[in-house]
Design a protein around this ligand. Structure first.
Ligand code: TRP
Length: 334
């Protein structure tokens, strides 16, 4: 608990170009959580280097992501927004937790298996121990809840296992985090292959709407979206393309599925796709404008980074010192 509130932690990687899926599925839903939780939103740049990165691009994207957090409406006065690499406790705790994690557990992680297959020429130890760094991220703030997608659920499970194992040896050191079950963000699928998740690493650029796409591009991609020959706007598994467009439309306009189906009853796919495109533009255009505004204000952004890094460091060190003492490291002389 911090300020009588439960602690919530989440992070995103600044690798790749963020998509509408990242926004509607995660970012948009982070905005109002600070009313109920003490929120830490990190930029997981240390996780990013498990795959080779161009340094200048990585640095630029990390800042762009931080600006995007703010542009999306996450208030940097009420939420702690910071770069993982600037709070050294993440690395320090990760090392200790490495010593409480088994090779077998890590080898079983599906993401590790997928990524080693994809980057067969660079199966580094960081990739292997990636979930331990995630566990450190979470446990460092005595986190109560973590909003995660299904793809990260296995990592949250292992984080809980490591925390319980540590607590069994040393007493109640870590809060055991739970998955955040709140208003779930919509899972947005590829526009070209609607049974696959919309992804920043999709080879077909028409499958994803990028957050910085201009209005014409957005409309064009929506018009080209793969549908079916049913010809009716219904929310059914047999019509994955249409279902996905309904999800996009309802998340952009905060509507229910029923409301959308009713609105487009008797209308064709052409009208529907156009309406979807326009509502995506009406969400992304203001976001892009706010990003452009914020990018101009270097001093403001730098100030936020400085303050929030100090805040994160304060809470991180509280946990870290306790852990270091428990495992038997010498006391610090002050
Ligand atoms: N690995 C997560 C992703 O790529 C990002 C992440 C890093 C994270 N640390 C975290 C998410 C801790 C939740 C909690 O999506």
């Amino acid at each position: 608990m911090i300020n009588d509130k439960k602690v919530l932690f989440s992070a995103m990687q600044s690798t790749g170009t963020l998509t509408l899926g990242n926004y509607l599925g995660a970012l948009k839903n982070w905005v109002n959580l600070s009313d109920d939780y003490e929120c830490f939103y990190s930029i997981a740049d240390m996780h990013s280097i498990t795959v080779r990165q161009d340094p200048a691009t990585l640095r630029k994207r990390a800042r762009a992501l931080l600006i995007l957090y703010i542009a999306a409406g996450i208030d940097p006065q009420k939420n702690c927004l910071y770069y993982q690499s600037q709070v050294s406790g993440h690395a320090e705790l990760a090392w200790i937790l490495n010593c409480f994690t088994y090779m077998g557990e890590m080898s079983r992680m599906t993401q590790f298996k997928d990524k080693s297959a994809k980057h067969a020429d660079n199966i580094n130890v960081g990739l292997f121990t990636y979930p331990v760094l995630m566990a450190a991220d979470i446990l460092l703030y005595q986190t109560d809840v973590v909003p995660v997608g299904i793809d990260q659920m296995q990592h949250l499970e292992i984080c809980r296992d490591i925390a319980m194992r540590f607590n069994n040896v040393y007493g109640d050191v870590f809060t055991i985090p739970e998955a955040y079950i709140g208003k779930a963000g919509a899972k947005i699928m590829s526009l070209q292959d609607p049974v696959k998740k919309m992804s920043k690493s999709d080879d077909n650029p028409n499958g994803s709407i990028y957050l910085m796409d201009d209005p014409d591009t957005i409309i064009r991609k929506c018009k080209k979206a793969v549908t079916d020959s049913e010809g009716c706007v219904l929310y059914r598994d047999e019509q994955p393309g249409v279902k996905n467009l309904i999800d996009i439309y309802r998340s952009c306009n905060d509507l229910t599925v029923e409301q959308v189906v009713k609105e487009f009853d008797g209308k064709g796919y052409g009208d529907f796709k156009m309406a979807v495109g326009e509502s995506v533009v009406s969400v992304l255009k203001p976001l892009q404008d706010r990003v452009a505004e914020l990018e101009k204000d270097k001093a403001y952004i730098d100030g936020i980074i400085k303050e929030n890094t100090e805040k994160a460091t304060y809470f991180a060190n509280k946990t870290l010192r306790k852990v270091q003492r428990k495992v038997g490291f010498p006391d610090r002389i002050r």
